[in-house]
Design a protein around this ligand. Structure first.
Ligand SMILES: Nc1ncnc2c1ncn2[C@@H]1O[C@H](COP(=O)(O)OP(=O)(O)OP(=O)(O)O)[C@@H](O)[C@H]1O
Ligand SMILES: [Mg+2]
Length: 495
């Protein structure tokens, strides 16, 4: 479906500024739909004379829609939409009725409001409600209607929507959240039941009606700003740690004069409480990773101390290898502890961010300065949970270590050793390929016949723990430099 902007550019002669104005209207019109309990349709004249196109539509949350199917993009002839045509031509608000297929008993009640911008009528807002019931309107409904009428005359004058509006949509109060209506002296003339509850939430229990809002021990800032600048002002008001209410003040204007203010109030205490909980859960997980890393480093240094006391070369090497394996695990914890970005939660990490430091670790520990091995990383395996990252990181260290030890060290004439680490992932699996240009595994190499510890660890992690597979193959270079390709596949754990 085309966006409002696209439709306006394709089907009407509106210029860029006019389109921005109606887009602004479409950002705030949920309020109008709810106040009037009506569907709102935004019409504009098409480039074909005598026709109007529906650029946008919104349903009320406070009433049943008159449009079960989406009307956006439909065109109407002028005589199908008399009220819209009149509001457009005469530049005034027009009220009347309209037969709609969904309201076959009695016609819908329609208010057609010219949308003015830069002195011109650029469109018409048609508010279409199911016929009202016979019963008289309640106080609440009457106030909603009053505010609606004032905002719509501002639309017709060109002062609403506001040119500047700092509103953050996600927490903007909707009508049902609670509204206060203030008169020109900023005295309260009406407070909806939910607004009263929100004010109680802030610890204010005095009678409200006829009081000036700023005498109520509320922060005067948003109200003062809204009145002084003649534009909406939004602020979060906090009482203690547990109570947060969003307060949004919309000045009601006649010409340049503020004749009242509508204040939307929304109790967001629960939202804020959950935010804080989530934040502290994340911070806790990171802190734990940090401590685990520190503990692993302690274990490493204990092994190093012990290694220095040993005579046997074999024993020393065994300890040195364990130290290296522990270092690669510590490195993953360190990365998890430092990953503060928004897309990952405390127990996830982008795998590449682990791979790069791991490669550095292997380079520092294993390649000799006279015969450096060039290790390169390409691709991306996405964000993975620590349950997967940990075994994959240890596996990669083993495989890299093997390449350095067996592919190149065995043949001193090799001085252009290169190892390519390629990462990849799709919906089903994560793929890790390590290719070297060394001597190659022997012809007929079978991973299950190996009794080294390195590949035994890899097998346990990849096959038994993660349910994946490993393939180690001689690639097809010249016989003495065939090279080795190690391919590791692990199923994605989450959907
Ligand atoms: N990239 C490679 N190039 C050549 N041979 C390899 C390569 N990777 C593995 N191999 C062969 O596979 C064998 C098994 O490797 P594995 O990691 O299990 O044991 P290891 O490296 O000998 O000992 P450890 O890893 O316990 O120190 C190696 O001894 C080597 O012969
Ligand atoms: Mg090994």
């Amino acid at each position: 479906m085309a966006s409002l902007g696209e439709l306006a550019r394709d089907r009407t002669a509106l210029d860029a500024d006019a389109i921005i104005h109606i887009q602004r209207l479409a950002r705030v019109w949920g309020l109008l739909a709810d106040l009037r309990a009506a569907d709102l349709l935004l019409f504009a004249a098409t480039t074909t004379p005598g026709q109007f196109v529906v650029l946008g539509h919104i349903r009320p949350v406070t009433a049943t829609t008159t449009y079960p199917t989406d009307p956006i993009g439909r065109t109407y002839d002028r005589d199908q939409r008399n009220l819209v045509a009149t509001a457009h031509d005469q530049g005034r608000v027009v009220e009347g009725t309209l037969d709609l297929p969904t309201t076959d008993e009695r016609p819908a009640e329609v208010t057609a409001i010219p949308v003015r911008f830069g002195g011109q009528v650029i469109g018409v807002l048609s508010c279409e409600a199911l016929p009202g019931s016979e019963r008289p309107l309640s106080d609440l409904e009457r106030t909603y209607r009053k505010v609606f009428d004032r905002l719509t005359s501002m639309i017709a004058e060109g002062s609403y929507p506001f040119a500047r509006d700092e509103e953050e949509q996600y927490k903007a109060p909707r009508v049902g959240d609670g509204i206060l209506l203030l008169d020109a002296e900023l005295r309260l003339t009406y407070a909806s039941p939910n607004a009263v509850s929100a004010i109680h939430r802030l610890g204010i229990h005095r009678p409200l009606i006829r009081r000036r809002l700023n005498d109520l021990d509320l922060d005067p800032e948003p109200l003062n700003r809204a009145v002084a600048r003649r534009e909406p002002a939004t602020m979060e008001v906090e009482r203690g740690v547990d109570n947060t209410v969003v307060m949004r003040c919309i000045p009601l204007l006649e010409g340049d004069t503020v004749t009242g203010v509508m204040v939307g109030l929304r109790d967001i205490s629960e939202l804020r409480r959950r935010d804080r909980l989530l934040m502290s859960k994340d911070a806790t997980i990171r802190e734990i990773h940090h401590r685990v890393k520190n503990n692993l480093q302690t274990i490493s240094s204990l092994l190093r101390l012990q290694g220095r006391r040993l005579e046997s070369v074999e024993a020393r090497n065994a300890l040195a290898e364990s130290e290296r394996r522990i270092a690669s695990i510590a490195l993953v914890h360190d990365t998890l502890a430092n990953e503060g970005d928004a897309e990952t939660d405390g127990d996830e990490v982008s795998f590449v961010k682990v791979v790069r430091p791991l490669v550095r670790l292997v380079e520092e520990g294993l390649t000799s300065p006279e015969r450096p091995v060039d290790i390169r990383v390409s691709g991306d395996a996405g964000v993975l949970s620590s349950d997967v990252v940990m075994p994959l990181a240890v596996t990669l260290t083993e495989v890299l270590q093997n390449a350095v030890e067996h592919a190149f060290a065995a043949d001193p004439s090799i001085d252009d050793g290169t190892v390519l680490v390629a990462l990849g992932a799709d919906d089903r699996q994560i793929t890790l390929t390590v290719t070297d240009n060394g001597v190659g595994v022997p012809v007929g190499f079978n991973i299950d016949d190996q009794d080294g510890l390195g590949l035994a660890i890899v097998r346990t992690f990849i096959v038994s723990d993660l349910g994946g597979s490993i393939a180690i193959e001689r690639s097809d270079g010249p016989p003495e430099r065939a090279g080795t390709v190690v391919t590791i596949r692990v199923p994605q754990t989450r959907v």
